[in-house]
Design a protein around this ligand. Structure first.
Ligand code: 4AD
Ligand code: MG
Length: 477
């Protein structure tokens, strides 16, 4: 196969009147004359102009929707609207035909649900290729940001024996034969005989191990898959998702919030600066979808406008107590429109978070100092003895994108918190050791990677920003 030029390179620096060879998938073939060719390198298609008389009918017939082809031809300035250059084909070779009678995708608008069922082909659509280019770029920007700011990338384990969040939503890891689980004398399963000599599970968070790193190397982050067996069938939850967890020594909640805000803005700016073609496509897609919606259902801002608004403005910072008061004074509360109660001590639900960010402030909001009962055991107790130094960063349309806290560094307080939560000291002896030897005030957070990608791409469902979503009753592909 002769060398191909990637379409992104053809478009970025067009060598007019030279011969190029490109390969890609046919996104559309209009009037048997204009092929929109895409090879994944760019949101923009390359237009290939086919002079029917040069090619035999049989070959042209095979150039169909999503077939893959190789084209050699001259790159010339385009007379048509919509593109600056086009290729006039001299040779076309069909590398892989697509029989439309049997192919699941069709050249028309198809529902997200249908495309999800055909996740092996959905990345060929404009929407999904833009989403996954951006997903890649956000991951790159994550590593770039931390590297530039001297955070060390730490790979925390995927198989662990601890439940960092204490929510009990874990997937068990075992190589026991399910038909024949070894039992102890008490009739209970004897995990001591299991592969690791103890009960193990897939991690729900790398935080506890990241704290080990921070308390040795100053600033670290983990970025890896996490698993939660929570049975929430929502557009914001996955059973397998990726989390970014920075942890900083010698830092308090204020430092944590500053980091969360700076980091979020960096990621968004990176995409605004480098992936505008994809953003423009996704922005237009949302506008097209919203044409048929009632005004109050439409977003108050376009996608790009919203991203710029977020990076240009300070995040609002309020305490949980203030948030509850605001919510209780809100119109939807007074008119009984919230489904869930708003009461000091109860967790904020998505509908409350969305009111705060979309109606009240119209920008990301950081809510701090939550009641100790509704947050994890490791969060630092405030002087009021009622709240902990927690923070959630809430984004428009998505709700919680980041959850974090200052960590409890005082051994006696931590031990008593663990007792409250029923966590055995032996189970986390090493975590307690960090408080006994060379400990210090430290803080960190976890950003849901898919939720961030969802915000940046404007996709309505989290299942559409991860190539192969894992959700209750669904693990195809
Ligand atoms: O708020 P969470 O549970 O915090 C932690 O796990 C801490 N250990 C983080 C830390 O301080 N190092 O989860 C962090 C973020 C959430 O804000 C949310 O964005 C995302 O992870 N997340 C999920 N994303 C997709 N599907 C799920 N089931 C998620 N659960 C949490
Ligand atoms: Mg949380």
């Amino acid at each position: 196969m002769s060398r191909r030029t990637e379409i992104a390179d053809v478009l970025a620096a067009p060598k007019l009147n030279e011969t190029v060879t490109v390969m890609g998938w046919v996104r559309a073939f209009r009037s048997n004359r204009f092929i929109a060719l895409n090879d994944g390198s760019s949101a923009k298609n390359l237009q290939v102009v086919v002079d029917q008389e040069k090619f035999d009918e049989e070959l042209i017939r095979k150039v169909g929707f999503h077939s893959s082809i190789k084209v050699t031809g001259q790159l010339v300035e385009s007379m048509g609207a919509g593109q600056a250059v086009e290729v006039h084909a001299d040779q076309i070779e069909v590398l892989g035909e697509t029989n439309l009678d049997k192919y699941p995708l069709q050249p028309k608008r198809q529902t997200m649900e249908f495309l999800r069922e055909n996740a092996h082909f959905r990345m060929r659509t404009n929407t999904f290729s833009s989403v996954f280019r951006i997903r890649h770029a956000v991951a790159f920007a994550v590593n770039e940001y931390f590297h530039k700011n001297r955070f060390y990338y730490m790979h925390t384990p995927i198989i662990t024996g601890s439940d960092a969040e204490g929510a009990g939503e874990m997937f068990r890891v075992t190589n026991f034969d399910p038909e024949n689980m070894p039992k102890g004398e008490d009739g209970q399963i004897d995990w001591a005989q299991d592969f690791f000599g103890k009960a193990t599970n897939l991690t729900v968070s790398g935080q506890l191990q990241a704290e080990i790193g921070a308390l040795a190397m100053g600033k670290v982050y983990t970025f890896g898959p996490t698993f939660r067996a929570e049975n929430s069938n929502t557009s914001r939850h996955l059973a397998e998702f990726w989390m970014i967890e920075p942890e900083i020594a010698f830092g308090d909640l204020e430092d944590d919030m500053d980091l969360a805000e700076d980091f979020s803005k960096y990621l968004i700016n990176y995409i605004l600066d480098n992936y505008m073609d994809d953003l423009e496509f996704l922005d237009k897609r949302i506008q097209d979808m919203e044409k048929n919606m009632k005004k109050e259902e439409r977003r108050p801002m376009g996608l790009i406008e919203m991203l710029k608004f977020v990076v240009d403005n300070d995040f609002e910072r309020i305490t949980y107590t203030d948030a509850v008061n605001m919510l209780r004074n809100s119109k939807p509360y007074k008119k009984g429109r919230f489904e869930f109660p708003v009461e000091w001590g109860k967790d904020l639900q998505a509908e409350h978070e969305r009111w705060l960010v979309e109606k009240k402030f119209q920008k990301p909001v950081i809510v701090t100092d939550y009641p100790k009962e509704i947050k994890a055991f490791y969060m630092r107790m405030n002087d009021d003895d009622k709240t902990v130094a927690a923070m959630d960063v809430l984004f428009p349309y998505i709700g919680e994108v980041i959850g974090g806290s200052q960590r409890e560094e005082r051994l006696d307080v931590l031990v008593s918190r663990m007792k409250d939560f029923g966590i055995e000291e032996e189970e986390l002896w090493w975590y307690l050791d960090l408080r006994k030897f060379g400990g210090n005030p430290h803080a960190g957070f976890g950003m849901g990677f898919e939720r961030m990608v969802q915000f940046i791409t404007g996709m309505g469902n989290i299942r559409d920003v991860i190539p192969f979503p894992r959700t209750p009753k669904s693990a195809e592909f």
